[in-house]
Write a protein that binds this ligand. Structure first.
Ligand code: GDP
Length: 427
């Protein structure tokens, strides 16, 4: 009976929480950018001799423009990042491929993939590789070629190879999830440097463990180091290769009433939960129980490949218990999507929301300061003007009085002159 097909309509994926929040905050910053530009233009038009704005204040406003530009760039680049860890050959590449529903990463290459691989979505339908920041595109026609290319490049373990995979081929890439595959934690030396360089911004960590054995000390150490640096890392643990246990007699022990494999599963679960809760102390027991999954990445990938080649076709012949492992893988994906989108919204946008608010209030302070100073200057001018007016008025009066009195004097003088002339003429 074919496995239930999981539908991915874009609106139903929990990843949409992030996608929508990202769009929203980008729109908000576009508006903030517009406001800042308006204010800068306004400020630039203020005549400098007017005392409205000190040079410092003008500079602060101009600096907001740069700040907003910087934040917008960061926001546009933001994505959700998941980092995969585990010992070589536990199936990290297979898990990533199963999630991407395609053979994107070479698997079974053992120690040859010594570097970090980052898979991220790209527009268009052409896949290509870039190495480090050189930006030079290398085409990938096949996974084998990718493996070969990685081998040939002889990259050191701190190098990052970017696999740009068409977004349209996988909803996770389209919704901005970036996958990081790490060199096996058993073969690397510089674990600390690696965590610092590649993991501190990861929203979710997935440990791909081997269900055939218990968690190894190297695997535990890795998470100890991560949780020293991050206060509450989001961890998922995949007990992979669970299909291998399906037919093993020692895994089927237990009483008649206990379903196959469930004793071993219970033991594994208890130990893993104890590690997360008691040893690492990063979550509660109830939370931890929802972070451990028993899966088979290989089966899941085979099933999905078969389905995409011929929808509705019968699945490949897989080991007993495939359905429940497949279901558990899907359950992992659902919880993973919820967790990563929630975490990414918080870590990537919360801080920028606060900064957006503070920029808006800086703008408001600057503008209301300007307004207040403009009012003060106007009031000052008005007083000056009225003083002048009074002065002019009083001058007028004085002038009038002067003219009046001069008139009198002049009349008196003319009278006097007339009189003297009359006397002189002997009249
Ligand atoms: P990585 O080194 O951790 O990336 O491991 P790979 O994904 O390259 O897997 C190593 C080998 O194990 C490959 O041959 C895979 O096909 C195989 N493999 C991966 N996952 C499973 C699984 O769940 N069950 C089985 N039986 N084999 C698996």
């Amino acid at each position: 009976e074919p496995a239930p097909k999981r539908q991915h309509s874009p609106s139903s994926s929990p990843l949409q929480v992030f996608v929508k929040a990202k769009k929203r905050i980008n729109d908000i910053y576009d508006s903030i950018d517009g406001y800042v530009l308006d204010v800068v233009r306004f400020v630039n038009n203020i005549p400098t001799d007017k005392d409205l704005l000190t040079a410092d204040q003008a500079e602060n406003i101009q600096a907001l423009q740069k700040k907003v530009k910087g934040i917008k760039e960061v926001l546009a680049r933001n994505h959700m990042k998941v980092a995969f860890f585990g010992r070589t050959s536990n199936g990290k590449s297979s898990v990533i491929n199963a999630m991407l529903r395609d053979k994107v990463l070479p698997s079974g290459m053992g120690h040859t993939t010594h570097c970090f691989l980052q898979v991220e979505g790209v527009d268009g339908d052409e896949a290509f590789l870039t190495v480090g920041d050189d930006g030079q595109r290398r085409s990938v026609e096949s996974v084998a070629q990718l493996g070969h290319a990685l081998h040939k490049e002889k990259l050191d373990e701190s190098a990052v190879v970017y696999v740009h995979w068409p977004k349209q081929r996988c909803h996770l890439l389209r919704d901005d999830v970036v996958f990081v595959d790490s060199p096996g934690i058993d073969v690397t030396q510089g674990l600390d440097a690696w965590i610092d360089a590649h993991c501190l911004d990861a929203d979710v960590f997935v440990l791909v463990a081997n269900a055939e054995s218990t968690l190894m000390q190297t695997e535990k150490n890795f998470f100890h180091k991560v949780s020293e640096r991050l206060s509450s890392p989001n961890i998922f643990i995949l007990q992979n290769r669970w299909d291998q246990t399906a037919n093993e007699p020692e895994f089927v022990e237990g009483s008649e009433s206990v379903p196959e494999g469930s004793v071993v599963r219970q033991q594994h679960l208890e130990r893993t939960v104890a590690f997360l809760v008691d040893e690492l102390g990063v979550m509660t027991r109830a939370q931890a129980e929802k972070r451990v999954f028993f899966v088979s990445a290989k089966e899941c990938l085979l099933q999905r490949l078969a389905e995409s080649r011929a929808p509705g076709a019968l699945p490949p012949v897989l080991a007993e218990g495939f359905q429940s492992r497949f279901f558990e893988f899907q359950e992992f994906e659902r919880r993973f999507e919820e967790c990563i989108s929630k975490s990414a919204v918080q870590t990537k946008f919360e801080q920028h929301t606060q900064r957006g608010k503070s920029i808006a209030s800086d703008l408001q302070t600057a503008l209301s300061g300007l307004y207040d100073r403009a009012q003060a200057i106007r009031a000052e001018k008005a007083t000056k003007r009225s003083k002048t007016k009074a002065r002019i008025e009083s001058t007028d009066q004085q002038l009038n009085a002067l003219i009046e009195s001069m008139k009198d004097k002049i009349y008196a003088m003319t009278d006097d002159v007339e009189r003297k002339v009359a006397v002189a003429l002997g009249e």
